[in-house]
Design a protein around this ligand. Structure first.
Ligand SMILES: Cc1ncc(COP(=O)(O)O)c(C=O)c1O
Length: 424
Protein backbone atom coordinates (compact mmCIF):
# COMPACT_ATOMS: atom_id res chain seq x y z
CA UNK A 1 0.00 0.00 0.00
CA UNK A 2 2.92 2.35 0.65
CA UNK A 3 5.69 3.46 -1.68
CA UNK A 4 3.75 2.30 -4.70
CA UNK A 5 2.79 5.17 -6.93
CA UNK A 6 0.22 2.96 -8.61
CA UNK A 7 -1.88 2.71 -5.49
CA UNK A 8 -1.59 5.91 -3.52
CA UNK A 9 -0.88 5.80 0.21
CA UNK A 10 -2.55 5.47 3.59
CA UNK A 11 -6.19 6.52 3.31
CA UNK A 12 -5.67 8.03 -0.16
CA UNK A 13 -5.85 5.08 -2.55
CA UNK A 14 -6.87 4.54 -6.17
CA UNK A 15 -9.96 2.53 -6.97
CA UNK A 16 -10.64 2.03 -10.65
CA UNK A 17 -8.13 4.74 -11.48
CA UNK A 18 -9.79 7.37 -9.30
CA UNK A 19 -8.00 8.61 -6.21
CA UNK A 20 -10.21 8.34 -3.13
CA UNK A 21 -10.09 9.67 0.40
CA UNK A 22 -11.44 6.73 2.39
CA UNK A 23 -14.57 5.80 0.36
CA UNK A 24 -15.06 9.08 -1.43
CA UNK A 25 -13.63 9.85 -4.90
CA UNK A 26 -11.76 13.14 -4.83
CA UNK A 27 -13.45 14.11 -8.11
CA UNK A 28 -16.78 14.18 -6.24
CA UNK A 29 -15.36 16.46 -3.60
CA UNK A 30 -13.96 18.84 -6.22
CA UNK A 31 -17.36 18.97 -7.96
CA UNK A 32 -19.22 19.55 -4.73
CA UNK A 33 -16.91 21.96 -2.91
CA UNK A 34 -14.68 23.41 -5.63
CA UNK A 35 -10.91 23.74 -5.57
CA UNK A 36 -8.46 24.45 -4.04
CA UNK A 37 -9.72 22.26 -1.23
CA UNK A 38 -8.09 20.64 1.79
CA UNK A 39 -9.36 17.08 2.23
CA UNK A 40 -8.66 15.17 5.44
CA UNK A 41 -9.22 11.55 6.40
CA UNK A 42 -10.72 11.18 9.85
CA UNK A 43 -9.46 7.61 10.12
CA UNK A 44 -5.87 8.60 9.30
CA UNK A 45 -5.87 11.34 11.94
CA UNK A 46 -7.23 8.98 14.57
CA UNK A 47 -4.86 6.13 13.67
CA UNK A 48 -1.83 8.36 14.13
CA UNK A 49 -3.17 9.89 17.33
CA UNK A 50 -3.97 6.43 18.71
CA UNK A 51 -0.51 5.17 17.77
CA UNK A 52 0.99 7.79 20.10
CA UNK A 53 -1.52 7.04 22.83
CA UNK A 54 -1.28 3.27 22.55
CA UNK A 55 2.50 3.14 22.88
CA UNK A 56 2.88 5.82 25.54
CA UNK A 57 2.87 4.81 29.21
CA UNK A 58 -0.56 5.05 30.82
CA UNK A 59 0.17 8.29 32.65
CA UNK A 60 1.81 10.00 29.67
CA UNK A 61 0.25 13.05 28.07
CA UNK A 62 0.16 13.39 24.29
CA UNK A 63 -0.38 17.09 23.61
CA UNK A 64 -1.26 17.79 19.97
CA UNK A 65 0.71 20.77 18.63
CA UNK A 66 -2.16 23.00 17.54
CA UNK A 67 0.13 24.96 15.23
CA UNK A 68 0.20 22.01 12.82
CA UNK A 69 -3.54 22.16 12.18
CA UNK A 70 -5.93 24.38 14.10
CA UNK A 71 -9.16 23.42 12.39
CA UNK A 72 -11.77 23.42 15.19
CA UNK A 73 -13.37 20.13 14.07
CA UNK A 74 -10.01 18.36 13.88
CA UNK A 75 -9.09 19.74 17.30
CA UNK A 76 -12.37 18.46 18.70
CA UNK A 77 -11.68 15.04 17.21
CA UNK A 78 -8.29 14.94 18.91
CA UNK A 79 -9.65 16.23 22.22
CA UNK A 80 -12.32 13.52 22.12
CA UNK A 81 -9.60 10.94 21.37
CA UNK A 82 -8.02 11.82 24.70
CA UNK A 83 -5.14 14.04 23.59
CA UNK A 84 -4.04 17.22 25.31
CA UNK A 85 -2.94 20.36 23.46
CA UNK A 86 0.33 22.23 23.03
CA UNK A 87 -0.45 25.87 22.27
CA UNK A 88 1.79 28.72 21.28
CA UNK A 89 -0.39 31.82 21.45
CA UNK A 90 -3.52 33.21 23.03
CA UNK A 91 -5.32 32.36 19.79
CA UNK A 92 -4.33 28.72 19.94
CA UNK A 93 -5.28 28.61 23.63
CA UNK A 94 -8.71 29.97 22.67
CA UNK A 95 -9.06 27.30 19.95
CA UNK A 96 -7.95 24.51 22.28
CA UNK A 97 -10.42 25.51 24.99
CA UNK A 98 -13.24 25.89 22.45
CA UNK A 99 -12.43 22.41 21.10
CA UNK A 100 -12.91 20.95 24.54
CA UNK A 101 -9.35 20.05 25.57
CA UNK A 102 -9.38 19.83 29.36
CA UNK A 103 -7.38 22.80 30.73
CA UNK A 104 -5.17 20.47 32.79
CA UNK A 105 -4.04 18.83 29.52
CA UNK A 106 -2.93 22.09 27.87
CA UNK A 107 0.64 23.32 27.91
CA UNK A 108 1.75 26.65 26.52
CA UNK A 109 5.17 27.14 24.88
CA UNK A 110 6.46 30.23 23.08
CA UNK A 111 9.22 32.80 23.45
CA UNK A 112 7.05 35.93 23.46
CA UNK A 113 3.97 35.35 25.58
CA UNK A 114 2.13 38.62 26.14
CA UNK A 115 0.62 39.88 29.40
CA UNK A 116 -2.95 39.15 28.28
CA UNK A 117 -1.96 35.69 27.01
CA UNK A 118 -0.43 34.77 30.37
CA UNK A 119 -3.54 36.08 32.13
CA UNK A 120 -5.77 33.98 29.87
CA UNK A 121 -3.66 30.86 30.53
CA UNK A 122 -3.87 31.40 34.30
CA UNK A 123 -7.58 32.16 34.14
CA UNK A 124 -8.12 28.89 32.26
CA UNK A 125 -5.94 26.99 34.77
CA UNK A 126 -3.93 25.15 32.14
CA UNK A 127 -1.36 22.48 33.08
CA UNK A 128 1.67 24.75 32.76
CA UNK A 129 3.28 27.70 31.08
CA UNK A 130 6.62 26.71 29.58
CA UNK A 131 8.91 29.59 30.40
CA UNK A 132 11.57 30.59 27.87
CA UNK A 133 13.37 33.51 29.58
CA UNK A 134 14.10 35.10 32.96
CA UNK A 135 12.01 38.14 32.05
CA UNK A 136 9.04 35.97 31.18
CA UNK A 137 9.25 34.23 34.56
CA UNK A 138 9.24 37.65 36.26
CA UNK A 139 6.13 38.68 34.38
CA UNK A 140 4.34 35.43 35.18
CA UNK A 141 5.28 35.83 38.84
CA UNK A 142 3.89 39.38 38.86
CA UNK A 143 0.62 38.34 37.22
CA UNK A 144 0.23 35.28 39.44
CA UNK A 145 0.87 37.40 42.58
CA UNK A 146 -1.63 39.97 41.47
CA UNK A 147 -4.21 37.28 40.81
CA UNK A 148 -3.24 35.46 44.02
CA UNK A 149 -3.17 32.27 41.99
CA UNK A 150 -0.41 29.68 41.83
CA UNK A 151 1.06 29.41 38.33
CA UNK A 152 2.44 26.01 37.33
CA UNK A 153 5.76 26.44 35.59
CA UNK A 154 7.68 24.30 33.17
CA UNK A 155 10.96 25.59 31.80
CA UNK A 156 11.90 25.01 28.18
CA UNK A 157 15.55 24.10 28.16
CA UNK A 158 17.77 24.19 25.13
CA UNK A 159 19.65 20.87 25.09
CA UNK A 160 22.04 22.03 22.33
CA UNK A 161 21.44 18.85 20.33
CA UNK A 162 22.04 19.31 16.60
CA UNK A 163 19.60 17.63 14.25
CA UNK A 164 19.23 16.95 10.54
CA UNK A 165 16.38 19.13 9.38
CA UNK A 166 15.73 22.41 7.57
CA UNK A 167 17.51 25.26 9.47
CA UNK A 168 14.22 27.17 9.78
CA UNK A 169 12.64 24.38 11.85
CA UNK A 170 15.68 23.32 13.88
CA UNK A 171 15.13 24.84 17.32
CA UNK A 172 17.20 23.09 19.96
CA UNK A 173 20.76 24.36 19.40
CA UNK A 174 22.48 26.93 21.63
CA UNK A 175 22.26 29.76 19.06
CA UNK A 176 18.48 29.50 18.67
CA UNK A 177 16.01 31.91 20.25
CA UNK A 178 14.12 29.10 21.97
CA UNK A 179 14.43 27.82 25.52
CA UNK A 180 17.17 28.65 27.99
CA UNK A 181 20.58 27.14 28.71
CA UNK A 182 20.59 24.24 31.22
CA UNK A 183 22.21 26.38 33.99
CA UNK A 184 19.53 29.04 33.48
CA UNK A 185 16.79 26.40 33.58
CA UNK A 186 18.05 25.25 36.96
CA UNK A 187 18.18 28.84 38.25
CA UNK A 188 14.67 29.63 37.00
CA UNK A 189 13.18 26.50 38.51
CA UNK A 190 14.84 27.30 41.86
CA UNK A 191 13.43 30.83 41.68
CA UNK A 192 10.01 29.40 40.92
CA UNK A 193 10.27 27.00 43.86
CA UNK A 194 10.99 29.89 46.20
CA UNK A 195 8.17 32.10 44.95
CA UNK A 196 4.85 31.89 46.82
CA UNK A 197 2.78 32.04 43.62
CA UNK A 198 4.89 29.82 41.35
CA UNK A 199 5.14 26.06 41.31
CA UNK A 200 7.80 24.25 39.24
CA UNK A 201 6.25 21.21 37.61
CA UNK A 202 8.12 20.32 34.44
CA UNK A 203 11.06 20.58 32.12
CA UNK A 204 10.62 20.66 28.34
CA UNK A 205 12.82 20.53 25.26
CA UNK A 206 11.97 20.75 21.57
CA UNK A 207 14.71 19.90 19.09
CA UNK A 208 12.88 20.98 15.98
CA UNK A 209 10.42 19.61 13.50
CA UNK A 210 10.70 17.10 10.64
CA UNK A 211 13.37 14.97 12.36
CA UNK A 212 13.42 11.33 11.25
CA UNK A 213 16.03 9.80 13.52
CA UNK A 214 14.92 8.50 16.88
CA UNK A 215 18.38 8.90 18.45
CA UNK A 216 18.28 12.71 18.95
CA UNK A 217 14.95 12.37 20.76
CA UNK A 218 16.26 9.68 23.12
CA UNK A 219 19.32 11.89 23.68
CA UNK A 220 16.95 14.72 24.63
CA UNK A 221 14.99 12.40 26.96
CA UNK A 222 18.21 11.31 28.70
CA UNK A 223 19.34 14.92 28.92
CA UNK A 224 16.05 15.93 30.58
CA UNK A 225 16.24 13.05 33.05
CA UNK A 226 19.79 14.01 34.06
CA UNK A 227 18.81 17.64 34.59
CA UNK A 228 15.62 16.75 36.48
CA UNK A 229 17.57 14.36 38.72
CA UNK A 230 20.05 17.16 39.44
CA UNK A 231 17.13 19.40 40.41
CA UNK A 232 15.68 16.63 42.58
CA UNK A 233 18.96 16.37 44.46
CA UNK A 234 18.59 20.12 45.14
CA UNK A 235 15.08 19.55 46.52
CA UNK A 236 12.94 20.22 43.44
CA UNK A 237 11.04 17.17 42.29
CA UNK A 238 9.36 17.79 38.92
CA UNK A 239 6.21 16.01 37.78
CA UNK A 240 6.88 15.66 34.07
CA UNK A 241 9.49 15.77 31.34
CA UNK A 242 8.44 16.92 27.88
CA UNK A 243 10.50 15.91 24.83
CA UNK A 244 8.66 18.28 22.46
CA UNK A 245 7.40 17.64 18.94
CA UNK A 246 7.05 14.24 17.31
CA UNK A 247 8.52 12.34 14.42
CA UNK A 248 9.20 13.72 10.99
CA UNK A 249 7.11 12.68 8.02
CA UNK A 250 8.29 10.86 4.88
CA UNK A 251 7.14 13.25 2.17
CA UNK A 252 9.04 11.56 -0.69
CA UNK A 253 7.35 8.68 -2.42
CA UNK A 254 10.37 6.37 -2.10
CA UNK A 255 10.20 6.78 1.67
CA UNK A 256 6.45 6.46 2.25
CA UNK A 257 5.90 4.31 5.28
CA UNK A 258 3.26 3.10 7.67
CA UNK A 259 3.35 6.08 10.00
CA UNK A 260 1.61 4.44 12.93
CA UNK A 261 4.29 1.70 13.17
CA UNK A 262 7.15 4.19 13.24
CA UNK A 263 5.29 6.26 15.83
CA UNK A 264 5.12 3.21 18.09
CA UNK A 265 8.88 2.73 17.91
CA UNK A 266 9.49 6.41 18.58
CA UNK A 267 7.23 6.63 21.64
CA UNK A 268 8.61 3.46 23.15
CA UNK A 269 12.17 4.78 22.77
CA UNK A 270 11.57 8.24 24.25
CA UNK A 271 9.35 6.96 27.05
CA UNK A 272 11.86 4.42 28.36
CA UNK A 273 14.37 6.67 30.17
CA UNK A 274 11.69 9.04 31.45
CA UNK A 275 9.48 6.30 32.82
CA UNK A 276 12.46 4.48 34.35
CA UNK A 277 13.38 7.65 36.23
CA UNK A 278 9.81 7.99 37.57
CA UNK A 279 8.66 11.09 35.69
CA UNK A 280 5.50 11.54 33.65
CA UNK A 281 6.18 11.72 29.90
CA UNK A 282 4.76 14.61 27.89
CA UNK A 283 5.09 14.84 24.10
CA UNK A 284 3.88 17.47 21.65
CA UNK A 285 3.48 15.84 18.22
CA UNK A 286 1.81 17.76 15.40
CA UNK A 287 3.06 16.95 11.92
CA UNK A 288 3.11 13.17 12.30
CA UNK A 289 -0.55 13.11 13.35
CA UNK A 290 -2.07 15.20 10.58
CA UNK A 291 0.36 15.54 7.63
CA UNK A 292 -0.42 12.28 5.85
CA UNK A 293 -4.09 12.62 6.74
CA UNK A 294 -4.61 15.57 4.39
CA UNK A 295 -4.21 16.48 0.73
CA UNK A 296 -4.62 19.78 -1.06
CA UNK A 297 -6.84 19.23 -4.05
CA UNK A 298 -6.20 21.59 -6.95
CA UNK A 299 -7.14 21.92 -10.59
CA UNK A 300 -5.03 22.73 -13.63
CA UNK A 301 -6.04 26.08 -15.12
CA UNK A 302 -3.56 26.38 -17.99
CA UNK A 303 -0.46 24.73 -19.31
CA UNK A 304 2.28 26.88 -20.74
CA UNK A 305 5.57 26.06 -22.45
CA UNK A 306 8.18 28.69 -21.58
CA UNK A 307 11.86 28.46 -22.50
CA UNK A 308 12.88 24.90 -21.78
CA UNK A 309 10.12 24.46 -19.22
CA UNK A 310 6.54 23.34 -19.19
CA UNK A 311 4.39 24.93 -16.53
CA UNK A 312 1.09 23.63 -15.24
CA UNK A 313 -0.62 26.62 -13.67
CA UNK A 314 -3.05 25.42 -11.01
CA UNK A 315 -5.65 27.13 -8.83
CA UNK A 316 -3.74 26.52 -5.56
CA UNK A 317 -0.75 28.65 -4.67
CA UNK A 318 1.83 29.51 -2.03
CA UNK A 319 -0.87 31.25 0.01
CA UNK A 320 -2.64 27.88 0.37
CA UNK A 321 0.48 25.76 0.98
CA UNK A 322 3.65 27.71 1.62
CA UNK A 323 5.96 24.81 2.52
CA UNK A 324 7.53 24.42 -0.96
CA UNK A 325 8.21 28.17 -1.19
CA UNK A 326 9.38 28.56 2.40
CA UNK A 327 11.47 25.44 2.91
CA UNK A 328 11.85 24.08 -0.62
CA UNK A 329 9.74 21.27 0.82
CA UNK A 330 8.85 18.30 -1.34
CA UNK A 331 5.23 17.16 -1.63
CA UNK A 332 4.31 14.34 -3.97
CA UNK A 333 1.52 15.23 -6.39
CA UNK A 334 -0.86 12.56 -7.66
CA UNK A 335 -3.26 12.74 -10.59
CA UNK A 336 -6.78 12.30 -9.26
CA UNK A 337 -8.00 10.58 -12.45
CA UNK A 338 -5.30 8.58 -14.03
CA UNK A 339 -5.17 6.68 -17.23
CA UNK A 340 -4.58 2.97 -16.88
CA UNK A 341 -1.39 3.30 -18.92
CA UNK A 342 1.28 5.03 -16.85
CA UNK A 343 2.63 7.58 -19.27
CA UNK A 344 4.78 10.03 -17.38
CA UNK A 345 6.51 11.46 -20.40
CA UNK A 346 6.17 15.17 -19.61
CA UNK A 347 8.01 17.23 -17.02
CA UNK A 348 6.10 20.03 -15.33
CA UNK A 349 6.62 22.76 -12.82
CA UNK A 350 3.34 22.94 -10.90
CA UNK A 351 2.86 26.61 -10.08
CA UNK A 352 0.17 28.91 -8.73
CA UNK A 353 -1.10 32.26 -9.99
CA UNK A 354 0.70 34.43 -7.39
CA UNK A 355 3.05 37.15 -8.59
CA UNK A 356 6.22 35.54 -7.22
CA UNK A 357 8.63 33.24 -8.97
CA UNK A 358 8.77 31.35 -5.70
CA UNK A 359 5.09 30.45 -6.01
CA UNK A 360 5.37 26.78 -6.82
CA UNK A 361 4.07 23.52 -5.44
CA UNK A 362 6.52 21.24 -7.26
CA UNK A 363 9.30 21.59 -9.79
CA UNK A 364 10.40 19.33 -12.63
CA UNK A 365 8.02 16.46 -11.95
CA UNK A 366 7.10 13.75 -14.43
CA UNK A 367 3.42 13.60 -15.35
CA UNK A 368 1.31 12.41 -18.23
CA UNK A 369 0.32 15.34 -20.47
CA UNK A 370 -1.83 17.65 -18.31
CA UNK A 371 -4.80 19.70 -19.50
CA UNK A 372 -7.06 22.36 -17.99
CA UNK A 373 -9.54 20.80 -15.60
CA UNK A 374 -7.25 17.96 -14.54
CA UNK A 375 -7.33 17.47 -10.80
CA UNK A 376 -4.16 16.99 -8.77
CA UNK A 377 -3.75 16.00 -5.11
CA UNK A 378 -0.82 17.53 -3.27
CA UNK A 379 0.02 14.82 -0.74
CA UNK A 380 0.88 15.05 2.96
CA UNK A 381 -0.57 18.54 3.18
CA UNK A 382 -2.48 18.11 6.45
CA UNK A 383 0.19 19.68 8.66
CA UNK A 384 1.40 23.27 8.36
CA UNK A 385 -0.80 23.56 5.27
CA UNK A 386 -4.01 25.45 5.91
CA UNK A 387 -2.45 26.52 9.23
CA UNK A 388 0.12 28.64 7.36
CA UNK A 389 -2.27 29.88 4.66
CA UNK A 390 -2.88 33.57 4.02
CA UNK A 391 -4.83 36.01 1.89
CA UNK A 392 -1.73 37.11 -0.02
CA UNK A 393 -2.52 38.51 -3.46
CA UNK A 394 -6.15 38.91 -2.42
CA UNK A 395 -6.63 35.17 -2.60
CA UNK A 396 -9.29 33.47 -0.52
CA UNK A 397 -8.42 30.80 1.98
CA UNK A 398 -9.65 27.41 0.73
CA UNK A 399 -12.40 25.26 2.18
CA UNK A 400 -11.61 22.17 4.30
CA UNK A 401 -13.53 18.89 4.36
CA UNK A 402 -13.26 15.87 6.61
CA UNK A 403 -14.05 12.46 5.14
CA UNK A 404 -15.33 9.74 7.44
CA UNK A 405 -15.92 6.55 5.47
CA UNK A 406 -18.75 7.46 3.13
CA UNK A 407 -19.59 10.71 4.88
CA UNK A 408 -18.17 14.13 4.13
CA UNK A 409 -18.25 17.11 6.46
CA UNK A 410 -17.48 20.63 5.40
CA UNK A 411 -15.32 21.72 8.33
CA UNK A 412 -14.40 25.17 7.07
CA UNK A 413 -16.17 27.22 4.44
CA UNK A 414 -14.21 28.72 1.60
CA UNK A 415 -13.73 32.43 2.22
CA UNK A 416 -15.63 34.92 0.11
CA UNK A 417 -14.47 38.33 -1.10
CA UNK A 418 -16.32 39.87 1.85
CA UNK A 419 -13.72 38.26 4.16
CA UNK A 420 -11.12 40.49 2.55
CA UNK A 421 -12.92 43.43 4.19
CA UNK A 422 -12.94 41.83 7.68
CA UNK A 423 -12.16 44.32 10.40
CA UNK A 424 -12.22 47.39 8.11
C1 LIG B 1 7.33 23.80 20.94
C2 LIG B 1 6.86 22.92 19.84
N1 LIG B 1 6.24 21.78 20.16
C3 LIG B 1 5.77 20.93 19.21
C4 LIG B 1 5.94 21.21 17.87
C5 LIG B 1 5.39 20.24 16.88
O1 LIG B 1 6.39 19.61 16.16
P1 LIG B 1 6.02 18.51 15.09
O2 LIG B 1 4.94 19.09 14.23
O3 LIG B 1 7.27 18.27 14.34
O4 LIG B 1 5.56 17.30 15.81
C6 LIG B 1 6.59 22.39 17.48
C7 LIG B 1 6.79 22.66 16.05
O5 LIG B 1 7.74 23.21 15.62
C8 LIG B 1 7.06 23.27 18.49
O6 LIG B 1 7.67 24.41 18.18
Amino acid sequence: MFGNEGMGYGRFLYHTNHLHCENIPLTHLAQRFGTPLYVYSRAAILENAQAYRAHAPHAARVCFAVKANGNPTILRLLADAGLGADVTSGGELFLALKAGFAPETIIYSGVGKLHHEIEAALAAQIRALHVESAMELELIAAIASQRQQVASIGVRVNPDIHVETHPAISTGAAQHKFGVAPETAVTLLHQAAQHPWLKPVGLAAHLGSQIHEIAPFTAAANFLVALADELASGGIRLDYLDVGGGLGVAYEREKWEVKSEKIGEWVTAVAAPIQAAGYQLVIEPGRSIVAEAGVLLTQVVYTKPQGKKMFAIVDAAMNDLIRPTLYNAHHEILEVRRTSKVDRTCTYDIVGPICETGDFLARERPFPPLAPGDLLAVCHAGAYGFAMSSNYNGRLRPAEVLVDGENVHLIRQRQTYEHLLDGT
